[in-house]
Design a binder for this molecule. Structure first.
Ligand code: NOJ
Length: 546
């Protein structure tokens, strides 16, 4: 990597799902004090930055993705002063901080939405959201046929008869990005946090801000052919071209601040070309590469995703990002441990299917980590991934909190299974997540067998997932071939992926069912499992010096 390349082109960014990371005050919910106490752990893990899920004041209808005040920290998590302390201390540890920003919708408790409800139809206050009269003689039918992402119609009627749009829960009314005050407000919020030292933002639902002003019914969509990207259609709310104007303005704003502030877009697009449009030179810096996360454990599928990603992003000069898990999807040991190990689809339902082989899934997760951390560009590590945490698939129904569970009429369990609080130490729950004298239990129960998965239990155990991540991240920091840059595929039999990066680095991944003899090398830098007799076993990966 060139020493002048900006940090975000090669950063390893650790995702902190704040509710579940570390609880400093003993109320059973993670908070800023907890993050501050774990900075030494994050430093020794070797990550460059933290993306922190929303920490703003919120009624928590969608765990913070319903923001009531973008300039306040929710009391569950701390205060603005504590956020400032965290930013400062993280910087002292050489770690950057990237909060989430949620511009598609606010909370229904946001002052603007409350004012809109009070002011009534036709008022300027309603103009900042998307209010419409209903259809039908009594206006009792929603204005169009859009569904909410979490189930049910995307419209809710208010007592005076108008309806408002919410692509997510009814507690998350969509803003009207055709309104200049919405632009001005978010630019002011970005400045508020940039001036407090944050290094960038993760943009929630970055592809959804602009709606077709006519709010037409959904066009008929071709069913996605299995595994094939669907061509982009002129969708009335997802990934509309006009959204890029917003990000060009945000880019200019970020560039006014010193120190390479940067954005990462959560943009779900039909094709890599559409994703690349978000990261053109005058647009955002990076975007999550969900195609990699959705890929099946299959050499052809993985190679296609890698090639398409690098080609499309290369066309616009943007670095790739590589992501295996986050707080919205089933943790990858469970995805890879299903015999089908099939492709995941955007908007995948959260229903586990098929028998699980967690040992196999974990073995593949170890290999996937070496693949991800050696591909050109940056990478994301979702908290607990470095501990090999599995999805908790058997949370009792009585504890489920994700709005998906209620909104789907109890047909989808939702995303709680990947959000279970982190086990840090000790033999029993809360495994150091909360202090010893905590007044409440963790907000989701932790499995009884997580003692061996704690950070403490894995520290120093060379066979552990934690040590694998630590070794990989430390090699990645030191090795001049890793991070930003290029790669070349090597000739290998079908089923084995191998690529070279200069100077002198090769990554191999065996996705076949046969062992594969390692090619000539000067040394083995790291392997996902011990290598037997110079042969890479199925579902194993290796980093070689050549
Ligand atoms: C995407 C976030 O990652 C998810 O957790 C949230 O529910 C939706 N956006 C709505 O904000």
């Amino acid at each position: 990597m060139s020493p002048t390349s900006p940090w975000w082109r090669s950063a390893v960014i650790y995702q902190v799902y704040i509710r579940s990371f570390a609880d400093g005050n003993g109320d059973g919910v993670g908070d800023i004090a907890g993050i501050r106490s774990r900075l030494p752990y994050l430093k020794s893990l070797g990550v460059d930055a933290l993306w922190i899920n929303p920490w703003y004041k919120s009624p928590m209808a969608d765990h913070g993705y319903d923001v009531a005040d973008y300039r306040e920290i929710d009391p569950l998590f701390g205060t603005v002063a504590e956020a400032e302390q965290l930013i400062e201390e993280a910087h002292e540890h050489g770690i950057r901080i990237i909060p989430d920003i949620v511009p598609n919708h606010t909370s229904d408790q946001h002052a603007w939405f409350q004012a809109a409800l009070a002011a009534g139809p036709g008022s300027p206050e309603r103009g900042r959201y998307i209010f419409r009269p209903g259809r039908g003689p009594d206006g009792d039918q929603p204005p169009n046929d859009w569904d909410s992402r979490f189930g049910g119609p995307a419209w809710t009627r208010v007592p005076d008869g108008e309806w408002y749009l919410h692509l997510f829960t009814p507690q998350q009314p969509d803003l009207n990005w055709q309104h200049p005050e919405v632009h001005a407000e978010f630019e002011s919020v970005l400045r508020f946090w940039f001036s407090r030292g944050v290094d960038g933002f993760r943009i929630d639902v970055a592809h959804g801000l602009v709606k077709d002003p006519d709010l037409p019914d959904l066009p008929p969509l071709p069913a996605p052919a299995d595994g094939q990207p669907r061509p982009h259609t002129d969708h009335p709310f997802w990934d509309r071209d006009e959204v890029h104007d917003i990000y060009r303005a945000w880019r200019k704003l970020a560039d006014e601040y010193p120190g390479d502030r940067s954005f990462v877009a959560e943009a779900w697009t039909d094709t890599p070309e559409r994703l690349a449009a978000y990261v053109r030179e005058d647009g955002l810096h990076t975007a999550f590469n969900f195609d990699f996360l959705m890929s099946s454990w299959d050499p052809k599928d993985l190679r296609t995703v890698i090639d398409d990603t690098l080609a499309m992003l290369g066309n616009v000069g943007a670095p790739a990002t590589w992501v295996l898990s986050n707080h919205d999807v089933m943790r990858h040991p469970n995805r890879y441990g299903r015999t089908a190990a099939r492709r995941w689809l955007a908007n995948e339902s959260y229903v586990p299917e098929g028998p699980l082989d967690l040992q196999l899934g974990t073995r593949r997760a170890r290999a996937a980590a070496l693949l991800m951390l050696s591909l050109p560009g940056g990478a994301y590590v979702y908290q607990g991934e470095e501990l090999g945490l599995p999805e908790v698939e058997d949370l009792p129904e009585s504890v489920l909190q994700d709005p998906v569970w209620e909104r789907s009429g109890h047909t989808e369990r939702g995303r709680d299974g990947c959000r279970v609080p982190i086990p840090w130490s000790g033999q029993a729950a809360p495994y150091g997540f909360s202090p010893d004298n905590a007044s409440a239990e963790p907000w989701l129960p932790q499995p009884a067998d997580w003692a061996e998965r704690s950070a403490e239990a894995q520290t120093g155990d060379e066979a552990s997932m934690l040590q694998l991540y630590r070794s990989a991240l430390s090699l990645r920091r030191e090795h001049p071939a890793l991070g930003d840059g290029g790669m070349t595929w090597l000739d290998t039999p079908a089923g084995v992926l191998a690529f070279r990066r200069e100077p002198g680095f090769v990554c191999l991944l065996n996705l076949s069912t046969e062992p594969y003899r390692l090619p000539d090398h000067t040394s083995i830098l790291l392997t996902s499992e011990p290598v037997d007799d110079g042969r890479l076993a199925p579902d194993q990966a290796a980093w070689l010096a050549v």
